[in-house]
Ligand binder design. Structure first.
Ligand code: NAD
Length: 316
């Protein structure tokens, strides 16, 4: 196991997600240097000032606005930059727009650093992780998308609320696309080792299928609902990114549903999506072949095919 101490992180994009991620990393005490890059330099300067004024309350961390040459020496470069969907714009339009943005950003990063782990958060995250993999030329283990780490957290939270058990003792995964075709892996869900089916059959407090559908829909539509209410989502995703960074920095071998390149697992090839994977200081150490039900397997294949059909429209 590699015992290298990783301590420098660059964040490209200091909007809602990038700046909140910087805040969670600042609080984590894991990082000693955080570089913020944004094409809007004034915004990045404002975030740097605001974060630095909290310095007496955290462990020392050097936070500054940089440019791409400051990616040098970064152990992880997190990309949260990109356009948001505008009214009348299709998802494919957004994909095309952000692919162009990523071509310039990723080429700039790798000019100064080709040893780092690239962690993609910008949406559509699975497609842009694939784009980043293709453009960077990095080995697949070092190109990671935040994937369904956030969706899995939302799922576990909603399940925990439903059954009245501490979220940390409720285990389950959302897999596939971070988006409309994502899949709830009910067959893997358990509480204290009790499979969810057994837990439900002993509980009898609700109509099982209706509750399951409601929980799944709430997870899938969470971003739409939050954006409708307050314009953007950033706290939970920033904590999810911090969790991924922690697993890398501390070489934890943690199992997380990050997005990464599949090469035949689950019969899926040449596309990035999320399934449980072991994450450590080398990035995605291993993609696990978890036992899914036939229905979950079919839904996962469907999710991969949706992503592939979008990737095929791109000029990369
Ligand atoms: P935002 O508009 O607040 O921030 C985007 C930032 O990117 C802006 O500061 C902008 O100046 C910067 N930017 C744009 N183009 C750039 C370029 N070429 N170079 C450098 N900087 C550039 O948006 P946000 O709310 O922070 O969201 C950022 C992205 O994160 C979106 O794509 C959003 O959909 C995504 N997101 C992903 C998840 C997830 O789970 N993966 C969750 C929430 C949001």
């Amino acid at each position: 196991m590699d015992n290298k101490i990783i301590k420098k992180i660059t964040i490209v994009g200091t909007g809602f997600v990038g700046s909140t991620t910087a805040y969670t990393l600042m609080l984590s005490g894991l990082i000693s240097e955080i570089v913020l890059i944004d094409r809007n330099e004034q915004k990045a300067d404002g975030e740097v000032m605001d974060l630095n004024h909290g310095m007496p309350f955290v462990r020392p961390v050097n936070i500054y606005r940089g440019d791409y040459k400051d990616c040098a020496g970064s152990d992880i470069v997190i990309i949260t930059a990109g356009a948001n969907q505008k009214p009348g714009e299709t998802r494919i339009d957004l994909v095309k727009k952000n692919t162009e943005v990523f071509k310039s950003i990723v080429n700039e990063i790798v000019k100064y650093n080709n040893n780092c782990i690239l962690l993609v958060v910008t949406n559509p995250v699975d497609i842009l992780t694939y784009v980043t993999y293709k453009i960077s030329g990095f080995p697949k283990n070092r190109v990671i998308g935040s994937g369904t780490v956030l969706d899995t957290a939302r799922f576990r939270y909603l399940l925990s609320e439903h059954v009245g058990v501490d979220v940390r003792n409720v285990h389950s995964y959302i897999i596939g696309e971070h988006g409309d075709t994502e899949v709830a892996a009910w067959s893997l869900s358990n509480i204290a080792g009790i499979p969810m089916d057994k837990f439900c059959s002993e509980c009898h407090q609700c109509e099982k299928q209706i509750s399951r559908q409601k929980i799944y829909e709430s997870v899938k539509n969470a971003a739409y609902e939050i954006i409708n209410n307050k314009g953007a989502t950033y706290y939970a995703v920033a904590l999810a990114v911090r969790r991924i960074v922690e697993a890398i920095v501390r070489n934890e071998n943690s199992i997380l549903t990050v997005s990464s390149l599949l090469e035949g697992q689950y019969g899926i090839d040449d596309i990035c999506l999320s399934v449980p994977a072991i994450v450590n200081s080398s990035g995605v150490e291993k993609i696990l072949n978890v036992p899914l039900s036939d229905e979950e397997f079919t839904l996962l294949k469907n999710s991969s095919e949706t992503l592939k059909s979008i990737a095929q429209t791109l000029d990369i």
